[in-house]
Write a protein that binds this ligand. Structure first.
Ligand code: 5GP
Length: 175
């Protein structure tokens, strides 16, 4: 499939995404059985993952959304920008951050620090995809959907220059 000027091939099917997301939700349902987590999804990339995941979560929970822009076109710009739209009180909450993909881990580190400084009782991260570059951050991420190689992906919420977020499967840049 051609998106803008690049060729992509199907990499993770919608069916495989659904199956794995059910497993992740089931782990959360067990781990948070007697808690009331506050899920905070990082927009825009995690919107589809968050929606599908939360439909499978059956513990009482709150859901909110924030935005952070840290990526330009196909390589990490390195300068993580501000969190926008955090209106929920975080103090004493058991926060679960929902991310689409962790690459270097810079974005998620910054967000984790920010939430902990706001007095969260606990902060865990769930990411649909993780690339190998984030190794030293590995143990900070509690729930990982798929470990993937260091190649650009799009679809299922993830974009290439604004395009491809609507695709129901995940595609990888063809080399
Ligand atoms: P990090 O701060 O971990 O290096 O980068 C994380 C962010 O980079 C993700 O939230 C996502 O927005 C973006 N990103 C990293 N890898 C990819 C990729 O392969 N495809 C897309 N579309 N975005 C990516």
């Amino acid at each position: 499939m051609i998106i803008k000027d690049k060729e992509f091939v199907k990499y993770i099917s919608a069916q495989d995404l659904t199956g794995r997301i059910k497993e992740l939700a089931s782990a959360i349902n067990t781990d948070y059985e007697d808690k009331r987590p506050l899920f905070i999804a990082i927009l825009n990339g995690s919107f589809m993952f968050a929606a599908d995941l939360l439909k499978e979560v059956d513990v009482a929970c709150e859901i909110s959304f924030v935005k952070v822009a840290s990526y330009e076109e196909m390589e990490s710009s390195g300068n993580v920008k501000q969190l926008i739209g955090l209106n929920e009180p975080i103090f004493n909450k058991d926060v679960i951050i929902i991310e689409d993909i962790v690459d270097t881990g810079r974005t998620i580190s910054k967000i984790l620090d920010e939430f902990l400084s706001l007095g969260a009782n606990s902060v865990e991260v769930i990411t649909l995809l993780q690339k190998p570059n984030s190794n030293e951050l590995g143990d900070k991420i509690k729930y990982i959907g798929f470990d993937i190689p260091d190649a650009f992906v799009l679809g299922y919420g993830l974009d290439y220059d604004g395009l491809g977020r609507n695709l129901k499967d995940i595609y990888q840049l063809k080399v």
